[in-house]
Design a protein around this ligand. Sequence first.
Ligand code: NI
Length: 170
Amino acid sequence: MTIKPLIILPDPLLRQVSAPVERVDSELNQLVDDMLETMYEAPGIGLAAVQVGVPRRLLVIDLAKEGEEPAPLVFINPKVIRSSDDRSSYEEGCLSIPDYYAEVERPAAITVTSLDRTGKEVTTEADGLLATCLQHEIDHLEGVLFIDHISRLKREMVIKRFTKAARQKI
Ligand code: NI
């Protein structure tokens, strides 16, 4: 397994729409393992493939708490087929926008269809943190970031700060 470098705001790749995964094969499973390793190392609770530079519709999530057994979830070509009318709010962060957190309101429960890492179609009913995390990661596949759900003023401040930081690194 390999820890992959994370793409950080304002990398334009984060705004790219990811293409569907066409084959669930050993190469894809290698990428899944690398993504899990990268997410655990960071550490984070969710990661989309585009965040390691691969714009494909694939994401991993693990909501196990510290000290608990790892519980990796893999979603390939995920699609939201139902969203609840009631909404809930969580403080979100993103491995591509390090050390920035903001409250985001989203549908409280969703139903998602996807393929698992064996290529089997599965349906997931999610609420609570899993619903939020899934929506955050599925947003990544559309080039959408959690800062797109906050006020324009706050968003522009974050983008400005990260753009300045990226320039200083060169
Ligand atoms: Ni993110």
